[in-house]
Ligand binder design. Structure first.
Ligand SMILES: [Zn+2]
Length: 378
């Protein structure tokens, strides 16, 4: 099985390299915004028409010549994807990029053979902890201390800058030997509001409180920032602190989600969850519990469950999002529409008298529904 994996490293560029990275980020943003403007005038322009314009643009704007040309093309592919999503109603109309928001650029791996010598524009040396990137040449990296080699084909690299720190995420195509596990255990999970994850056997994995700590700090810094004079020294200092806190919060979330998912995929062979439309859930919960729901990054958990199960040869099923897991009694299958109310924390069945935690009830229903719809019983 072929899978894509991303390896993210901290980058340690020298002053010259830093300047070039900043320039490249600026140039990719420039060309993205320029072409977005062109598209606004003429929506029928194809991506390939835009790419054809790059050479004439580099004559008009010579600074574009200084940076990795592949990164410029990648920016246009991103723009194209943005429009594809928009036309397929999966996203909004692409927006202009602003400086200081998601500062990054991507560049593709290219391999050439010339006089029996192989030339690669991206090279990863994990023994000496050095990455070679187009135009930037060699840069020191840190991360994956115990990894000596990546067994796979590099597809691309994304260089990013957050709070004056630099990172590179290397996307690699790897061949995985997956042995199908013969299932001997099954679990239904409810991904939700009060606890991040509730399992059908009654375990919960929580919304850790330390995430709140970062959120409080973010709120405070945002307030501070709004009081500072725009573009002053203090403004930038606060802005840096804010970015750094966002980064820490994101990492803490990823770590929590990864731990929960590892535990579940380790413990069970068939895992069933709802096919949640996160957007809908947020809409529904807006009135009551918005904060904790955005807190929990449920979509990230589902995504991790999906790929972890695939990698380990386990089964992952999804139950249709319109299946009323929280309204049905897990003992007698009686349906109670009143249980739609997210604030009711206990399921009380008016038919058989069962009283059970709302999320546990839902996860049992999810398990049964998913198992009978998907699993081939012999
Ligand atoms: Zn009942």
């Amino acid at each position: 099985m072929i899978v894509n994996k991303a390896y993210k490293f901290r980058l340690y560029p020298n002053e010259y390299q830093k300047e070039l990275i900043n320039k490249t980020i600026g140039c990719t943003r420039f060309i993205y915004n320029y072409m977005l403007g062109e598209k606004k005038d003429n929506i029928n322009l194809f991506n390939f028409d835009l790419i054809k314009q790059i050479p004439s643009l580099t004559i008009k704007y010579p600074f574009l010549k200084e940076v990795d040309s592949c990164a410029l093309r990648c920016a246009l592919f991103d723009l194209d994807n943005g429009f594809k999503k928009y036309f397929n109603k999966k996203g909004g109309y692409p927006k202009f990029k602003a400086k200081g928001v998601k500062d990054s650029y991507r560049t593709n791996y290219i391999k050439n053979k010339y006089k029996d010598k192989i030339y690669e524009n991206i090279k990863l040396d994990l023994v000496n902890k050095i990455i070679t990137l187009p135009k930037l040449k060699e840069i020191k990296i840190r991360g994956y201390r115990h990894l000596r080699k990546i067994n796979g084909r590099i597809l691309n690299a994304t260089i990013s800058k957050v709070a004056n720190k630099y990172y590179v995420s290397v996307c690699v195509e790897e061949e995985l030997n997956v042995k199908e596990v013969i299932p001997s255990s099954v679990v239904g999970i409810d991904v939700g509001i009060k606890s991040l994850v509730t399992t059908s056997d009654g375990k919960t994995y929580g919304n850790p409180n330390y995430l709140n700590k970062y959120e409080k700090r973010i709120k405070r810094l945002q307030r501070d920032l709004s009081r500072k004079i725009k573009n002053s020294n203090n403004y930038y200092k606060t802005k840096m602190k804010l970015e750094e806190t966002y980064r820490k919060l994101k990492n803490a979330r990823i770590k929590t989600n990864e731990e929960i998912v590892s535990k579940i995929v380790n413990d069970y062979d068939i895992i069933i969850s709802e096919d949640l439309s996160i957007k809908n859930m947020i809409e529904e919960a807006k009135k009551y519990l918005r904060k904790s729901i955005t807190n929990s990054t449920m979509g990230d958990i589902i995504r991790r469950l999906k790929y972890k199960c695939t990698w380990l040869g386990k089964k992952y099923y999804q139950v249709n999002r319109y299946y009323a897991s929280s309204q049905i009694c897990s003992r007698c299958s009686h349906k109670d529409i009143k249980m739609k109310d997210l604030q009711k924390r206990k399921y009380k069945c008016s038919n058989c008298g069962l009283e059970i935690d709302r999320d546990i009830n839902a996860s049992i229903n999810i398990m049964v529904e998913g198992l009978f719809r998907n699993y081939q019983f012999n």
